[in-house]
Write a protein that binds this ligand. Structure first.
Ligand code: RIB
Ligand code: CA
Length: 329
């Protein structure tokens, strides 16, 4: 990934004075997590597993940070660690819609998960292909009752839109980590990895008209954990909190750095839990599907498609919420 420039958030961050309450009494929201775990994916998945606000119908995997076999295995490992092998895993796209897939990112280690001590999967992925299972689930459940938390390239979701439009229309919301608006890209001047990995898929999802909330680098680069943050998690005595501390520690820029790399994917779950901590704007977007350095880049233009985009975040508040959710359960 391109070297990151020092952060300078020129925009006024959202300031809130009170902590967002953890509301276990509300009816849990049925979600599907579409993911390429991936260290930051793993943190988001562990948050979704402990937070009572989510009921996870299943995990669909996609190639991205590393190959499909490893991302699928890592989803199973996280569920085994959490004692939740009741949640099914479905294997999704091994390659993008219509171009070669990305090389595995060293960032996440050879096992794709930073070498942290996760158990092997308690069971393998289901036989049904991810997109077929997702379409069946959407047709079975009442329309609008399922949110998709998208943490990787959007290939599976594009396939759903293209092959099962009747099912796709029944999605409640897609909340996706991806893109960069005012922020530099992380795989090119304006390209962010998830959209760059499969620009055609990103363009299909953006143009689909499905209710899409995009959480771009403009927000995720402001959400980084300190050494103090990971120490609090480690000392909590809670297994998920301690595992997240392990994952974050494997994700520090370097031993000398006092801040982790951005917690990109957990921002999707944090937005679902506390949207009031984010500043959302509706932008009309198009996706560059060329093959040059801006492949996957987003452009704001009047002829684009309306997308709800998170452009601001109260970073201390979302980190506090992440910590409290992990330590409370
Ligand atoms: O650009 C960040 C995104 O790319 C995150 O989802 C990370 O897991 C990688 O997939
Ligand atoms: Ca990811």
């Amino acid at each position: 990934m391109a070297k990151r420039r020092p952060l300078s958030d020129k925009r006024r961050p959202i300031q809130r004075k009170v902590s967002t309450p953890i509301m276990p009494h509300a009816k849990p929201r049925l979600v599907v997590i579409d993911t390429d775990p991936g260290i930051d994916d793993a943190i988001g998945i562990l948050l979704a597993l402990v937070a009572p606000e989510f009921s996870i119908a299943g995990i669909t995997t996609v190639a991205g940070n590393i190959g499909i076999g490893t991302t699928t295995r890592n989803a199973g490992r996280l569920l085994a660690f959490a004692g939740r092998d009741d949640i099914p895993v479905f294997t999704g796209a091994a390659v993008p819609l219509s171009r070669p897939g990305p090389e595995p990112l060293n960032l996440h280690g050879v096992d794709g998960i930073g070498g942290v001590p996760l158990p092997p999967p308690a069971r393998g992925p289901e036989a049904a292909p991810a997109v077929e299972w997702l379409a069946e689930l959407l047709l079975k459940e009442p329309a609008g009752t399922i949110d998709i938390l998208a943490l990787g390239p959007l290939t599976n979701l594009a396939q759903l839109v293209l092959d099962h439009p009747d099912a796709a229309q029944r999605v409640g919301r897609i909340i996706a980590m991806g893109g960069a608006i005012h922020e530099r890209g992380n795989v090119g001047p304006r390209s962010e990895f998830n959209l760059w990995a499969d620009p055609e898929a990103a363009a299909t999802v953006v143009a689909s008209g499905l209710p899409l909330v995009l959480v771009p680098l403009d927000v995720t680069r402001r959400v980084r954990a300190s050494r103090e943050f990971t120490e609090t998690l480690s000392k909590s005595g809670k297994p998920a909190a301690a595992m997240v501390a392990h994952l974050i520690e494997s994700y520090f820029e370097a031993a000398t750095h006092q801040e982790s790399r951005p917690l990109h994917d957990p921002c999707v779950m944090l937005y679902a839990l506390a949207p009031e901590l984010f500043r959302i704007e509706e932008l009309r977007l198009s996706v560059d599907v060329g093959n040059a350095e801006n492949a996957g880049a987003l452009t704001v233009d009047a002829n684009g498609f309306p997308v709800q985009v998170a452009l601001g975040v109260d970073a201390p508040a979302v980190l506090d919420l992440l910590s409290r959710q992990l330590i409370a359960h």
